[in-house]
Design a protein around this ligand. Sequence first.
Ligand code: FES
Length: 145
Amino acid sequence: MEKLSSIGRLEWLRNKILARKEKGLTEVHVCMTGCRAYGATGVLEALNEEVKSRGLSRQVEIRATGCHGFCAKAPVIAIEPMGVQYQEVTPDDAGEIVARTLKKNQLIDRLAYRTPKTFQPIFYRRPDPLLCQTGAPGPGQLRPD
Ligand code: FES
């Protein structure tokens, strides 16, 4: 990604991102900071290959992002605008994520966070007025399905 050297370039990037969102593009955000140490690079590559091989490149964008705030469960991905967050994702999960979640809007239980008390899967992130502008979730932003 190019370095933004002016307010004008930042505004240009903002408008470009907003224009993509208006087209209904689904974005898969793959944490590529600490999660990289747990295999996020392979997850990113596998998701890109699956999206391409299934002809979804125009509808789905796989993006490398910063930390999602759920580092203990790396690698972490988030799917927007669905608001789905999956944890401990492996490259082997990519096919199922694309086939079920991206194509059929089905959630995958085994990739969801589970509450320590009830073991209920939690998929969705709660919107945060500060962080929703960046799309970056933080810890404590999960809510039950
Ligand atoms: S380092 Fe990936 S979620 Fe924090």
